[in-house]
Design a binder for this molecule. Structure first.
Ligand SMILES: Cc1ncc(COP(=O)(O)O)c(C=O)c1O
Length: 374
């Protein structure tokens, strides 16, 4: 099986983890000078931001960001529904209300015109998601945020290294959140990062990840244990040394797949809109004809050894948790269409040219073999 994503882990990762084990300093609480700090330094310089604060997951990064800007019950936060549930769940966790907006079907990211229509005096923040690795349209989103004096938290969990108008995503909004889950551009096993250019917000995130302490045992605000262990950071340090190579290989594979699938009339292929630079975390196509049975296409591909996957078959506002919370009347046409017609293909950096060709020919065969829904 060519999996949808696969981390590349080598000698440097092994050596870094062993060096942490041998040092006995397994977490940043014991040693402030170890792998976590090095990982943060490498990540902030890669992104071109002043501060990067490592946390235990991408979800923790988003949750900590909402706490840092003091989002609380009564506040509203604008989110897409076509995303991984974590983007929206963190809003519920702080007691605020997620307000869903539709997507632009070219990029599957938040539609800025819809954001404007959704603003109310209660809106405290917007969370654009750079889905699949394609940047959201940040300029109009930042303009609205500035006018309305609200915060922008970028969910860049899938988009390390993606660029919008020449600037790396995650460094455009007030806060940018990354995940290092094994399906992401780089991994630490589990892990996350918050990026910001705001010194005060960076300091708050550092406190929130460590029980809200400013200095040892001086509890200053309500925090959590969201520290990233040293062994995970050690993997991250090694991964950062290869991130540009990983991104280049993803780009090469995505470009080749586009070349091979260009003539396939049944599919809408992904592309880089405007001055966007995709990180190609996954290569997501859409069936032009809604009646073609997408799930048949995906199972055909899986039988042929291609790990095609649907992200996301159910929009967040259509899941049980959100229906129970009163979202059953929300209708987002672009989101609904995408959730019925998209499927994703692998372009990860360990794929060979032959693997990419295997994916393309399996896709062509799957469309020939698939039936229309009755
Ligand atoms: C868009 C998006 N947001 C948030 C997350 C949460 O990250 P994590 O799984 O590291 O908590 C993920 C990753 O799974 C994601 O894809």
């Amino acid at each position: 099986m060519i999996p949808i994503n696969k981390p590349i882990l080598g000698r440097e990762e092994e050596e870094n983890v062993l060096s942490v084990l041998r040092s006995g300093n397994l977490t940043g609480r014991v040693s402030e000078s170890g792998m976590v700090m090095e990982f943060e330094r490498l990540f902030s310089s890669f992104l071109g931001v002043k501060y990067a604060v490592a946390v235990s997951s991408g979800t923790a990064a988003l949750h900590a960001s909402l706490l840092a800007i003091d989002v609380r019950p009564g506040d509203e936060v604008i989110v897409p529904s076509f995303t991984f549930s974590a983007t929206c769940n963190v809003v519920l966790h702080v007691g605020a209300k997620p307000v869903f907006v539709d997507i632009d079907l070219d990029t599957y990211t938040m539609n800025p015109d819809e954001v404007k229509k959704t603003l109310t005096p209660k809106t405290k923040a917007i969370i654009p998601v750079h889905l699949y690795g394609h940047p959201a349209d940040m300029k109009p989103i930042m303009e609205v945020a500035e006018e309305e004096k609200i915060y922008v938290i970028e969910d860049a969990a899938q988009a390390h290294g993606a660029e919008y108008n020449g600037v790396k995503v995650g460094g455009i909004g007030h806060l940018g959140c990354f995940s290092f889950y094994p399906t992401k551009i780089i991994t630490t096993g589990e892990g996350g990062m918050v990026a910001t250019n705001d010194e005060e917000l960076a300091e708050k995130i550092r406190m929130i990840r460590n029980q809200g302490e400013r200095g040892d045992y001086v509890t200053t605000l309500l925090g959590h244990n969201w520290r990233l262990p040293e062994m995970n950071a050690a993997i991250g340090v090694a991964q950062m040394r290869r991130i540009n190579e990983f991104l280049a290989k993803r780009r090469r594979n995505a470009n080749r797949l586009t070349e091979l699938l260009r003539e396939v009339k049944e599919l809408v292929l992904p592309f880089e809109k405007g001055k966007a630079r995709h990180a190609w975390n996954i290569y997501t196509v859409r069936l032009r004809d809604e009646r073609v049975r997408r799930d048949d296409v995906v199972s055909f591909l899986r039988k042929r050894g291609v790990g095609a996957t649907v992200y996301y078959p159910v929009p967040v506002h259509r899941t049980k948790l959100y229906i129970e919370r009163g979202y059953s009347n929300v209708f987002l046409p672009g989101t609904e269409l995408a959730s019925k017609t998209v499927f994703s293909l692998p372009v990860h950096p360990s794929m060979t040219e032959e693997d990419v060709e295997t994916v393309a020919s399996a896709v062509k065969q799957s469309l020939g073999a698939s039936a229309l829904s009755p």
